[in-house]
Design a protein. Structure first.
Length: 201
């Protein structure tokens, strides 16, 4: 399993209770060595089962960020009500060594930048990485991208001249430069310490 990347898993599930399951989801938590949640809300997979029914289910699991040793805990959730593990339901836990994300396919669009800083952010688990825009004359649209500051995983603007892992491609444009507006659930990061020098036409 790689940090920030999707992995397939297969789980055997049994309704050992006396009531039918309706509107439940199988999901997961990522925990540290002490059982503290690092990621509480994993990807949901709808399930229903009558008492005594047993089946196998393919799951999509997104690795936590950053790489390291974690516990993966599977759980059932009754949305907007409770996790069954909170009521004493069995939640199996697996020890998982999460590896760095493979950054070999990363592509930087429309700029030059520090390849090691960019690759380090991808290896940490981010599929999309953006940085500050280093220009002497800065169009007004690029003011939010001034050098200075640090990392911001909740940056409110598209990533300009992004570095993207396949299959991601630029899906927007800012001041005539390629940009990526976050979409889907791929993890992304804006890091102002990464200075990007656009290749102007």
């Amino acid at each position: 399993m790689q940090a920030g990347a999707l992995t397939s898993a297969r789980a055997a599930i049994e309704n050992a209770g006396s009531a039918a399951w309706r509107d439940l989801n199988v999901s997961y938590h990522w925990l540290d060595d002490h059982g503290n949640p690092i990621v509480w809300d994993g990807i949901r997979h709808p399930v229903s089962a009558v008492p005594g029914e047993r089946f196998e289910l393919d799951l999509q699991v997104r690795g936590p960020i950053p790489p390291g040793r974690y516990r993966l805990a599977l759980d059932l959730v009754d949305e907007h009500r409770f996790w069954l593990g909170e009521l004493g339901n069995f939640t199996p836990e697996l020890d998982v060594e999460v590896q760095p994300r493979d950054a070999a396919g990363a592509r930087l669009f429309g700029a030059d930048g520090d390849p090691e800083l960019i690759a380090a952010a991808h290896r940490e688990g981010y599929a999309a990485v953006g940085g500050s825009i280093d220009l002497r004359r800065r169009p007004r649209e690029l003011e939010p991208y001034e050098p200075g500051g640090g990392r911001n995983p909740a940056f409110a603007h598209p990533l300009v001249c992004p570095s993207l892992l396949p299959p991601l491609e630029p899906n927007d444009e800012v001041a005539g430069l390629p940009a990526w507006r976050p979409e889907g659930d791929e993890p992304w990061l804006y890091d102002a310490r990464i200075r990007l020098r656009p290749r102007l036409r």
